[in-house]
Each structure stands twice: as C-alpha cells, then as structure tokens.
Design a protein around this ligand. Structure first.
Ligand SMILES: Nc1nc2c(ncn2[C@@H]2O[C@H](COP(=O)(O)OP(=O)(O)OP(=O)(O)O)[C@@H](O)[C@H]2O)c(=O)[nH]1
Ligand SMILES: [Zn+2]
Length: 231
C-alpha cells in the first residue's frame, strides 16, 4: 500500500500507462492512491491567489474594488474543498471490512449517492447520482465507504466515464468481490449553462465487472432495482 500511495500521479492519458497496466484497463497505481504528486513542487497559496487576480483582470474586472478584495482567497479555499480528492487515498477507505455477514451472498446496492465533480475540459461542475452494487466474498465494507469513495474520485478533475470506471476498478481491486456494477447519471453545467446550452440533458455511464458483466440477468436485476418503483 505504501508503494501505491507513493506512486502518486493525477489522471494520465491512456497512452501514458505504466508497464504494469493491463491493456485497456486502469492502472491500480493511478486510481488507488492519493493523486497529488509529492515529487513535484506545487505553487504557493499566494501564487494561486495571484492567478485568480489575473483571471479577474482578464474578464475586465477591477481587482481592487471592495467586493473583490477577498475573492482570490475565497476561490482558492473553494478549490481546496472541490479538489480535496487529490489528497485522499481511495484504497484506504475500503480497507475496513466486516466478516460477520451470516453467509450473505447476494449483491449489496447503494442507490442515489449524490455527488458533484468538475469536468476536466472546462473546470465546470457536473453533478448527479451514483448507484453502486457489489457482491461480497465473505467480507463486506461499511456502506458509507462507497459514498466516501465516490466523493474522493469526484473531487478531482474528471470525465464522467473516467469517474465511473475508477469507482468500479477501486472496488474490484481492493475488495475482490464477485462483481461490481456502477451506474452514474449526471448533468454537466458545461453543456447546460454555456456552449450548446441544453438544460436538463442527462448523461448515463455504466461499468460492470465480474458476475454483472458476465450475467445479463444480474445486470438487469441491478438496473431494475436502480430504476425501481420508488423513483
Ligand atoms: N465524454 C465526455 N465528454 C465531456 C464530459 N464533460 C464534458 N465533455 C465534453 O467535452 C467536449 C469538449 O469539446 P471541445 O470541442 O474540445 O470543447 P468546446 O469547444 O468547449 O466544446 P463545446 O462544449 O461543444 O462548446 C464537449 O463536447 C463537452 O460536452 C465528460 O464527462 N465526458
Ligand atoms: Zn466540460
């Protein structure tokens, strides 16, 4: 685990995978560790605030007017919050498991995990719900940890596809369950408040591994529970 935590790097283009990565799969060293690069100096807070002032200048604002004096500080603090996932380790939240399951052998589904993430193309929010199921082998993980895992990945720059794949891959890699199913539905503000400006358009992404990938009936049961009568 230490080696994983040390091999820290943010999302990389798929053609830049380490040799250990299986073709077409995510590299565990990328998605199981915190993502801040320890080996690369980061700008200071003062430099980050100066960058915000530059952007305010760029849009034509008067950075010295009273209403904007504290804005660079607030923006950097907001960034600290929105991007805290770079400093958190996904593998750690899944490490605490419980063995007393009375032989439970069906999948566990958590539906409607709300999240907000930031798209990596425009740095604008996309938000929605994640639905996660996994079929445990002997040990189960605390339910809240799947929501925490979602937040860690969501609090980084993302595409929805990458977010979906990372959540599934982390559960698969750490818990080694019989299968994982992840469905995410989200609205992208870069598509609703700018650009093509289509309010209300939803994007759905899914990832199935193990029994969910191999058994269409299980996949269907997951999807019908997600779309169940209470929705
Ligand atoms: N596949 C995928 N695309 C995304 C996601 N978030 C934003 N995008 C899209 O990323 C694309 C970036 O396209 P570009 O043509 O490079 O950028 P752009 O000129 O700002 O595009 P427009 O949004 O069409 O104005 C846009 O089509 C966005 O809708 C995501 O999570 N997944
Ligand atoms: Zn975008």
């Amino acid at each position: 685990m230490d080696a994983l935590i040390k091999s820290i790097r943010p999302n990389k283009p798929t053609d830049a995978k380490t040799p250990e990565a299986r073709p077409g799969e995510l590299d565990p060293a990328e998605f199981l560790a915190a993502a801040v690069r320890a080996d690369q100096p980061r700008p200071s807070r003062a430099e980050a605030e100066a960058a915000v002032r530059t952007l305010l200048d760029y849009i034509g604002e008067n950075v010295s007017r009273e209403g904007l004096l504290d804005t660079p500080r607030r923006v950097v603090e907001a960034y600290d919050e929105l991007y805290q996932g770079y400093h958190q380790c996904p593998a750690e939240v899944l490490n605490r498991t419980f063995g007393e399951t009375a032989g439970y052998d069906d999948f566990v589904l958590i539906r409607d995990i709300e999240f907000t993430s930031q798209c990596e193309h425009h740095m604008m929010p996309f938000y929605g719900k994640a639905h996660i199921a996994y079929t445990p082998v002997e040990r189960v993980v605390g339910l809240s940890k799947l929501a925490r895992l979602t937040d860690i990945f969501a609090r980084r720059l993302q595409t929805q596809e990458h977010l979906t794949a990372q959540i599934a891959a982390a559960i698969d890699e750490v818990l080694k369950p019989r299968g994982v199913a992840v469905l995410i539905e989200a609205e992208h503000t870069c598509m609703s408040v700018r650009g093509v400006a289509k309010h209300g358009a939803s994007t759905f992404t899914s990832r199935f591994t193990g029994m969910f990938r191999d058994n269409p009936a299980e996949q269907q049961r997951f999807l019908s529970l997600v779309r169940g009568p209470s929705r």
